[in-house]
Design a protein around this ligand. Structure first.
Ligand code: TPP
Length: 371
C-alpha cells in the first residue's frame, strides 16, 4: 500500500501545485493528506469538468494541476478534456478511480458499465493512462514518470486507481464555513449596449496586467476582432468553464487581475462552478457575465436568464461583491467581484476567428507571463 504523504510529496517535488477534484472513497486518504498539507491547496470542485478547468487555469498561470475523480466523473469531464485540454495542449495529471473494475471487488450496479469502459474511454479521448501500481516504490516511480512525461509532451495523462491503494490518513476537519451576504444591486436594469460596445469600453480600461478569459462563441471572437492582446485567452469549446479556468489562473497568479468574460448560456451550463469561486474567493478575479438572454452564437435561442436573478445567485454562492453594469465603469478594490451586464443582442456583420491555433494562444499567453 502507498503512504499518501510521501506520494503527495513526490508530486510536489515534480512541480504539482494545485489539487482539485470531486471525491471518491478510494481517494479519501489522499484528499485528506492534501487538505492537511501546509503548503498545498485542495480546491473543492462541484463537478469533475470544473475541476479539469481549474487545473487547466493553474497551468496557464505557471502551475501544474492534479485532478482527482471517481470514474463516474469521467463522464462529467469529457467536454473540457476533449475541447479544452486537447486543443490548448494543456498538461495535467488525472487520478481516476476504478469503481466497477472488471474482476475486482463486488460493486454497485451503477459502476459496472463505467468500470468496464473506463480504460477504453480514456483511449478514445487519446489520454495515455497507466494503472497505479500497488507497491509503494513502484507507485512513486510511476507518479514521477507520469508527471515528467506530461510536462514534456504538453498533454494530459491519467492514472487509474483501483480500490485500496492508499494507507489511511487522519481525517481533516470540514471545510471552513464562510459567511455570505454581498449587498445586492438594484433590481434588473435594461440593457443599453451590445457585447461589442461593452468590450470596447473594457478594452480601454485594461492594462498589461489584466488577463482575460473569454467564453466560447461570439465573445472570444468579438474580443479578438476588436483587439488581439497576448493577455487574452479565447476559449473554444469547454462551454461554461471560463470561470473555473479563471479560478485556477487567479490562484496561480495572485499578482495579476483576472477578468472572466462569461455568457448567460455558458454560466447556466455550469452554474455549480460559482459555488467553488464563491468559497475560494480569489480577490484578483472579476467574473463578468454578458447577459443577452440568449445563446446568440448558435442562433439566438432564448435562455431562461430573464427569469433569474444572477446577482442573487452570485451573492448566495459567497461572492463578496456583486455589481450590475449597463456600461463599463472603473473598478477599484481587490475582492472577488461578480458583474451582471445586461446587453442587447447584435454582432458585427463578419466576425473573424482567431488566426492563431488555441495551442498558440495558450503558449503566447504563458510567454507573456514569463513562463
Ligand atoms: C457543451 C456544449 N454545448 C453546446 C455548445 C454549442 N454552443 C456554442 S456557443 C453556445 C451559446 C453560448 O451562449 P452564451 O454563453 O449565452 O453566449 P452568446 O452566444 O450569447 O454570446 C452554444 C450553445 C457547445 N459549444 N458546447
Amino acid at each position: 500500500m502507498i503512504d499518501p504523504v510521501s506520494w503527495v510529496e513526490t508530486a510536489r517535488n515534480e512541480g504539482a501545485t494545485l489539487w482539485t477534484g470531486v471525491p471518491c472513497s478510494y481517494l479519501t486518504p489522499l484528499i485528506d493528506c492534501v487538505i492537511a498539507h501546509p503548503q498545498l491547496a485542495y480546491v473543492p470542485a462541484a463537478n469533475e469538468g470544473d475541476a479539469v478547468a481549474i487545473a487547466a487555469g493553474a497551468w496557464l498561470g505557471g502551475g501544474l494541476g492534479v485532478t482527482l475523480m471517481q470514474n463516474s466523473g469521467l463522464g462529467n469531464a469529457v467536454n473540457p478534456l476533449t475541447s479544452l485540454l486537447q486543443p490548448f495542449a494543456i498538461p495535467m495529471l488525472l487520478l481516476v478511480t476504478w469503481r466497477g473494475q472488471p474482476g475486482g471487488p463486488a460493486d454497485e450496479p451503477q459502476h459496472q458499465l463505467m468500470g468496464q469502459i473506463t480504460p477504453g474511454l480514456l483511449d478514445l479521448m487519446e489520454i495515455p493512462w497507466e494503472i497505479l501500481p500497488e507497491e509503494a516504490e513502484e507507485a512513486r516511480l510511476c507518479l514521477q514518470n507520469q508527471l515528467r512525461m506530461l510536462r514534456q509532451q504538453g498533454r494530459c495523462r491519467a492514472l487509474i486507481i483501483p480500490k485500496g491503494r492508499f494507507q489511511a490518513h487522519p481525517p481533516t476537519p470540514p471545510l471552513e464555513k464562510k459567511p455570505v451576504g454581498a449587498i445586492l444591486p438594484d433590481p434588473k436594469v435594461a440593457a443599453q449596449l451590445t457585447r461589442g460596445q461593452m468590450l470596447e469600453g473594457l478594452l480601454r480600461q485594461w492594462g498589461p496586467n489584466d488577463l482575460v478569459v473569454a467564453t466560447t462563441g461570439y465573445t472570444g471572437r468579438e474580443l479578438y476582432a476588436l483587439q488581439d492582446r497576448v493577455q487574452h485567452l479565447y476559449l473554444v469549446g469547454s462551454m461554461g468553464c471560463a470561470c473555473s479556468v479563471g479560478l485556477g489562473l487567479a490562484l496561480s497568479r495572485p499578482d495579476r487581475k483576472i477578468w472572466v468574460l462569461d455568457g448567460d448560456g455558458a454560466l447556466l451550463m455550469r452554474m455549480g462552478a460559482m459555488t467553488t469561486l464563491g468559497w475560494v474567493r480569489p480577490p484578483n478575479l472579476v467574473h463578468l457575465v454578458l447577459d443577452n438572454a440568449c445563446h446568440e452564437s448558435t442562433g439566438a435561442q432564448a435562455t431562461v436568464s430573464p427569469s433569474l436573478d444572477l446577482c442573487q445567485v452570485a451573492a448566495g454562492c459567497g461572492y463578496p461583491r456583486v455589481l450590475q453594469w449597463t456600461r463599463p465603469e472603473p473598478l477599484d478594490g481587490s475582492q472577488l467581484t461578480f458583474i451582471h451586464c445586461p446587453i442587447v443582442p447584435g454582432i458585427a456583420q463578419s466576425l473573424p476567428r482567431p488566426q492563431q491555433t488555441p495551442a498558440q494562444v495558450a503558449a503566447r499567453f504563458r510567454q507573456a507571463l514569463g513562463l
